[in-house]
Design a protein around this ligand. Structure first.
Ligand code: NAP
Length: 344
């Protein structure tokens, strides 16, 4: 199977993109390296498929330096923004164009643009996970891979804002449990040793949990589904183990448990922001946006701890972190040179 170590990454110089009506030109300040970015480096080719170059980076932040015209785009000039949903471009670029309506989000004016680089993928997902757990009913949920940046956001969010939600965190190392407790986590289990599966089952029962969110997959999904009560649901939203999610058929057949996919935004019922239902999608985006913006400032629930690199040092730095279990508590962030000016 392809490995991230073998990814062929190249920096290319391309013409400055030109914003069309309704679009803006953004001078990028920074962009994170997320699991969903390097997940693409392990793509397996399907029958008849060939390698094609892929622009990298799903999200980022910067300052709008020009508008292609239109009220929405014009209003954003000079503003500090976050962006996602780029078309045929990646956020690991010095400049990008993006739709003012569909892809650009104004950041709080007091936030340095580079600190909003991870404004979307993880904070919106944390908000979406809590909202989904509330709609599903029950008191809270189990969360795996919980020392991730997203996991830390959930801990802070549940300790300060979503205090009605009981969060049971599962991590794989004791050091990670300490980090989460220092952020206000009440319940943390380390997935090691003979007793841990039993502890998980007992704690789920004591806390009255019926839902789990799993970003590890593999055997972890099976352990979670087993620990949930009759009728429980496990949402799989990541695959950090690199393995297929396992499920014991008996849990599906006799105990009415379900396993569902979960995606922050997309088309289909697994997407919290379901773009085929635009009214609900817009309403949810607005609600999440307000909560996230309020939590983005340094140390706020939606803020991220970064480890900085430059575009041409990113791959080497990434491999160092990858090889040493080094992503806990530091998200790799690419900083773009502040001195580059567009020739408009
Ligand atoms: N579906 C969606 O819409 C959506 C949206 C956002 C994020 N996600 C997913 O959410 C997850 C977290 O993202 P993030 O950016 O917050 O990650 P991150 O900050 O890079 O952190 C990854 C964490 O996972 C741990 N980890 C790695 N492999 C593991 C394994 N096999 N078992 C248990 N723990 C493991 C790492 O711990 P070590 O230090 O021990 O390696 C680290 O603490 C990712 O899977 C991402 O794809 C999904």
């Amino acid at each position: 199977a392809p490995k991230v170590e073998d990814a062929q990454l190249a920096i290319e110089e391309v013409p400055l993109p030109v914003p069309r009506t309704g679009e803006v030109l953004i001078k990028v300040a920074a962009a994170p390296v997320n699991p969903s970015d390097y997940g693409k480096w392990k793509k397996v080719l399907g029958p008849g498929e060939q390698w094609t170059p892929l622009p990298m980076g799903n999200e980022g932040s910067g300052v709008v330096v020009a508008s292609g015209g239109g009220v929405l785009a014009d209003r954003l000039v000079g503003k500090s923004v976050g962006f996602v949903n780029l078309v045929k471009q990646g956020s690991w670029s010095e400049f990008v164009t993006a739709s003012a309506l569909k892809a650009v989000f104004q950041l709080p004016p007091t936030l340095p643009a580079e600190d909003g680089a991870s404004f979307y993928v993880n904070p919106y997902t944390a908000y979406a996970i809590v909202d989904t757990a509330r709609r599903r009913g029950g008191k809270g949920f189990v969360h795996t891979g919980a020392a991730s940046q997203l996991g830390q956001m959930l801990v802070k969010y549940c300790a300060t804002e979503a205090t009605d939600i009981t969060l049971l965190n599962v991590v794989r190392r004791e050091e990670q449990a300490r980090i989460l407790r220092s952020l206000g986590a009440k319940y943390v289990l380390v997935s090691a040793g003979d007793e841990w599966k039993l502890n998980l089952k007992q704690t789920v029962k004591e806390l009255g949990l019926e839902v789990a969110f799993d970003c590890v997959a593999g055997e972890m999904t099976e352990i979670l589904v087993d620990a949930l009560p009759k009728g429980g649901t496990c949402y799989v939203y990541g695959r950090l183990s690199g393995e297929a999610a396992r499920i014991a058929p008996i849990d599906l057949i006799y105990f009415s448990k379900t396993v569902e996919g979960f995606l922050v935004a997309g088309t289909g019922s697994q997407a919290w922001i379901n773009l085929s239902k635009p009214v609900t999608a817009l309403w949810r985006l607005n609600a999440a946006g307000k909560a996230v913006n309020a939590g983005l400032a340094g140390g706020g629930w939606a803020s991220t701890k970064f480890d900085d690199c430059e575009l041409d040092t990113m791959h080497a730095r990434f491999l160092e972190m990858w090889g040493t279990s080094g992503f806990t508590d530091r998200k790799l962030r690419i900083r773009m040179p502040a001195t580059v000016e567009p020739e408009l």
